[in-house]
Design a binder for this molecule. Sequence first.
Ligand code: TYM
Length: 327
Amino acid sequence: MDHILSGIKPTGQLTLGNYIGAIRNFVKVQKEGDTFLFVADLHALTLPIEPETLKNNSRDLVAFYLAAGLDPKTATIFLQSDVPDHSELAIILQNYLYMGELSRMTQFKDKSSKMKEEAIGLGLFAYPVLMAADIVIYDSKRIPVGEDQVQHVELARDLVKRFNNRYGDILIMPKAEMVKVGARIMSLSDPTKKMSKSDPKGDIYLKDDIKVIRKKIMSAVTDMLAKVHYDPVNQPGISNLMTILSSLTGKSFDEIEKEFDGKGYGDFKRAVADVVCEEISKLQARYNEIINSGLVDEVLAEGAKKASVIASATLKRVQKAIGLYHK
Ligand code: TYM
């Protein structure tokens, strides 16, 4: 069975983008292979974060994984920091990725562009090294991610090629895969920008009050063309709402266009809000049952044990291949 792996950084509140582009897809693919899903808590340290926030976000993320339908009997769910082998492998792999390629990463450029050079942490720069370690340590072939993470997975592929050329077939080649619709959900307040965890007006947070979610959708930026039509260039706001609706209902863009032919944006937004609010209400109800139940700790303890077995075997294989002595 192929190994499937992905992770989410517990940096801020989870968004509808994380849900549509990643979490829902994890739920869908979990039975198709041996699936490893983790909380990338070490990655969350690459930008300043309060200890309590990091801790709470990490628990929240696991609770949302479970609320969304990830089954801990099927998928191994764990904290990155509970499996120190990731970090040890990253120390090794950092020697096979180069400053030039790391500095070309879009995420690094975006995040560091507003910072003074003296304030850019090494961890932010070396982010894709740890991410590559996360991936290869589970012999992962399939990496379900949203569009913004594909570049990092591509870099992990380059690394695997480079490493295997030098040492033989030691690492498994991973491949990013995305949902067909919804791999890049855009901000509701500026539909030319990605919905990210740090833009309260344009984001829908999974923990937002349902009334607030409805309000955000009803006031989403659209256009003056008065036609529900999929055209991301000229109608980015409407196209984004269509993407959200399509991904949550399974309706095609054609079907949505027909359904709202001759109707106003108000009706269309109401329909999107109904679907999103229903989905998130259900999610929140399950989240509320889980978050204080003790299940999160149980799942994480079990997950770390299962993950460690595979991670330590891969680490040993790598150590041996490169000439590090171990018994
Ligand atoms: P992160 O935490 O930024 O995002 C988690 C997942 O959500 C996807 N995503 C989106 N999808 C659609 N529309 C959006 N607006 C949107 N915003 C985010 C992301 O593409 C991602 O799949 N580096 C990773 C975490 C990570 C990882 C890994 C992932 C660490 N190690 C190994 C895969 C494999 C990250 O920061 O994702």
